[in-house]
Design a protein around this ligand. Sequence first.
Ligand code: MLT
Ligand code: ZN
Length: 477
Amino acid sequence: MTTPSSPTIVAALTDIVGARACLSGADTEAFTIDYRRLYLGKAAAVVLPASTDELSRVMAWCYAHDVPVVPQGGNTSLMGGSVPDDSGTAVVVSLKRMNQVIEVDAINDTLTVQAGVTLSAARSAAEAAGRLFPLRIGSEGSCQIGGNLSTNAGGTAVLRYGNMRDLVLGVEAVLPDGRVYSGLRALRKDNTGYDLKQLFVGSEGTLGIITAAVLKLMPLPRSSSVAFLAVASPAAAVALLGEAKRTAGQAVTAFELVSRPALDLVLDYLGGEKSPLAESHDWMVLIELTSGTDADSLDQTMLQLLEAGLEAGLVLDAAVAASGTDALAFWRIREEISDAQTRTGGSIKCDVSVPLSRIARFIEEATAAVHALEPRTRMVVYGHMGDGNVHFNPLRPADTSAADYMGACYTQVSHAVDALAHAAGGSISAEHGIGVAKRDDLKLYKSPVELELMWQVKKALDPKNLLNPAKVLPVAR
Ligand code: MLT
Ligand code: ZN
């Protein structure tokens, strides 16, 4: 069958969703480039369905006419998974009009939302009912629950609450042929066979398009303590995390590592903002403790932890947030590191995880490997140390252009870092997913059995390979 022309596609889909919800030509441009402006594609049309039923009819038409479909949430992902290729044959499905909060059930501690609800709107709906939806990522104002689920988003509170896979109870999704998988259950116990909803979580829109979800709610924190501190080394940070777990138990909510080049870069990006610490150090940590009761004096617990850390030589200096404003300022420094790199350009993103017991050694070895390739590389290393996940992002030397650095170093550096993570029992993508950026690297790190099973699942749900094609699964098997 020959693929229909763009005008034919637009006419057919306009019949389903209406003219204002079917875009073509220049109106599609915002949907065909990714957040970091690294992946630029073309679309035959962009459709914005208003309901699961409309989306189901869109999918059935595209399936019958062999038209590829690329699902898109807030388009904030980092691996190029949410934009089409440059063939101009695909239809982009944006979920942004499906943005209703369906139900907050404060007794069941669940929140049911459509996929296009932004993360911040979901958090606000929970908060209005005195509950917490705990996923926390920098892009919360734009990213959407459907995208958070399909990429199994992580962020800065995984240590306490888990990632998106742990926060979902039910999913509704439209399959490539238009059938609807209705798994919108609000149950914490449901042992009735395969856990099909989890197929749609983390599969980056390659198996179905998530249209709604039931999410878990938690008690809203009523007390917290945030500190920004200098540690002697990554190994000292790991030891301090162990001490924090012993001292504060469940209250340890976030434990984020920041290297000196990462801090220098973000302070400059924030217009000369000052570090919370008086002196410059090689390694810093941001710790957050929270509790659902206000009986706990978490500042006291934090001070106890810091004193123990100072005595043991793990902590070199520390600043404890004296107010909510201070805490926000500490978090801003951490969260803006990502955008600071995007603005600077020439950052080789390696989102790796290794068992905590091996992370300090991994950082040491990977730093040595990168410096052996380009000794002037700035080691922007930061992220979710508490989860064993570091964003190990070698950055171009200040006097080398992004194009020159990426051209000379990208492949060798990313392979060296990924290979060391893999050798340490780790993953080459802890939380950012695979998209197109890491797709072919999977061949190096997944076993033939794993790859074969992934393809068999893909073929079972999407036999024509029309849904988000050429994403996640390596092309040549
Ligand atoms: C973060 O932790 O800041 C995010 O994963 C984004 C990033 O690293 O670029
Ligand atoms: Zn992260």
